[in-house]
Design a protein around this ligand. Structure first.
Ligand code: BG6
Length: 452
């Protein structure tokens, strides 16, 4: 079990918004190792006292409703070291005397990420130190490859955790339970019975002050390259022999390798990008994306992305996987919908609607929509929804991921080859968009997205 967690980028948004609350929730669930010490590292001057005070303020903002006693316990375990995370000397001074087993969490922006990896591989860290890499892992395929190479100079793949918090969401993991622990679904889980799969992550939130990161990323890099492709991999993977990290990640990677991207002449019909203009979301005015502080309109960053991909293997050839995500949209729609083909012969006059299976990812719910005989006329069809709502996830995704890190189990993290495959998939789309081969559309904030 881990004794030290060093967080590089301790002053950043991620630490305040996700990591500190996740640590407190872990402590409240009695899952935080008793001896663990959490060392914040960042460029700004500070000491243990100022870091704890700052952490308390950030918890007030991001976890106001918390177990105060457990929170104080976590705060007592915090300490702070000032360092330029790209300087080997600074890092040596900050991390050199920390007791093993140690995990170093890179909660850092892209601009300093590879510098920090480089610096870490130059200093003498204890054997089998764990390296945790926050997303995005690189800015493109070449960059991700370089990062992987740099990481390999200092760390073994087993000790590297590339974070994708979607993999720790209960409903996402339920895709595995539903598919592989029930006899009824797997026989129809193929192109013979499934017509189309939609993976949708619509958000009503806008930029939320994240221009520094988001304006250089955009929806395709921010959501599709990682989260939505991971969802696709879980839906389309072959049954794993076990849920060990190797079996699970091998099967996911098989799917990613089989994904084909639209041909250059299809980019306009199979991909779409847009950004929001001013509008109202949830009763509040939202400025146009281009008017948000820190946005450079000339970058042409999309806040909405849609792509249709194919998984070219025996099970899925010919089935479109439609991925869509956007910010500042009318509603929160977060779901995977599996559309089944119509029955081969229909004895009813009214043919009903093909059945479908919907995983609603937040709030956690699963529903099957089917045709049944109606209550009125006996041979008229009615639509019925069989739905189940899940109990609230006990540990939020970041707490679950931190627990995996502390237990040194990388099952829920992305392997190096998976990260590269995901970039391989989005790279041609990014290139087509950068070359303006697909026009950048617009949609008013609070609408359903760009018009067709
Ligand atoms: C993050 C993206 O990884 O995931 C955000 O950077 C996005 O832009 C978020 O809003 C969505 O995940 P969740 O779990 O916060 O809904």
């Amino acid at each position: 079990m881990l004794t030290t967690l060093a967080v590089l980028g301790a002053g950043g948004d991620l630490t305040g918004r996700y990591l500190l609350p996740a640590l407190v929730r872990l402590a409240a669930a009695d899952e935080l190792p008793a001896a663990i010490r959490i060392v914040g590292v960042d460029r700004a001057p500070g000491d243990d006292t100022s870091f704890r005070a700052e952490a308390r303020e950030r918890l007030d903002r991001h976890l106001p409703d918390r177990d105060t006693r457990r929170c104080e316990e976590v705060l007592e375990r915090l300490c702070y070291r000032q360092a330029d995370v790209t300087s080997p000397d600074d890092l040596d001074a900050a991390l050199g005397d920390l007791p093993a087993p140690l995990a170093v969490y890179l909660a850092l922006p892209n601009a300093v990420f590879s510098g920090a990896v480089d610096a870490l591989t130059r200093i003498g860290l204890p054997e089998r130190t764990t390296l945790v890499c926050e997303k995005p892992f690189g800015t493109g395929l070449a960059d991700a490859r370089q990062l992987n190479e740099a990481i390999r100079r200092g760390f073994g793949e087993q000790d590297v955790f590339r974070i994708d918090h979607f993999l720790a969401k209960q409903t996402v993991l339920n895709v595995l339970g539903l598919r592989f622990a029930n006899r009824v679904f797997e026989p129809v889980w193929n192109s013979g019975h499934i017509e189309r799969v939609d993976i949708v992550w619509d958000e009503s939130l806008g930029l939320e002050g994240r221009a520094g990161y988001y304006d250089r990323a955009g929806a395709l890099r921010d959501m599709i390259q990682n989260h939505l492709l991971q969802l696709l991999a879980l839906v389309a993977m072959e049954p794993p022999t076990s849920l060990s990290e190797r079996d699970l990640r091998d099967r996911k990677c098989d799917v990613l390798r089989a994904v084909t991207v639209p041909q250059p002449h299809e980019m306009n019909t199979k991909t779409r990008r847009a950004r929001y203009t001013a509008g109202r979301v949830g009763g509040q005015d939202l400025p146009a994306y281009v008017d948000e502080e820190g946005v450079d309109p000339s970058r042409g960053t999309e806040t909405y992305a849609e792509v249709t991909l194919q998984v070219q293997n025996w099970r899925w050839a010919g089935v479109p996987f439609h991925l869509r995500t956007g910010k500042a949209l009318a509603g929160e729609r977060r779901e995977i919908t599996v559309h089944f083909r119509p029955v081969p012969h229909h004895p009813f006059d009214d043919r009903g609607t093909p059945d479908l299976l919907r995983f609603t990812l937040e709030p956690d719910r699963i529903a099957i929509e089917i045709n049944l005989n109606g209550a009125g006329e006996p041979f008229e069809l009615e639509r019925a929804t069989l739905a189940a709502r899940f109990a609230e996830q006990q540990l939020p995704p970041y707490s679950l991921l931190l627990r995996e890190i502390m237990e040194r189990d990388p099952t829920l993290s992305i392997r190096g080859d998976e990260a590269e495959e995901s970039w391989r998939i989005v790279e041609p789309i990014l290139a087509a968009w950068a070359a303006d081969e697909v026009p950048l559309g617009e949609y008013p904030a609070g609408s359903a997205g760009p018009a067709c």
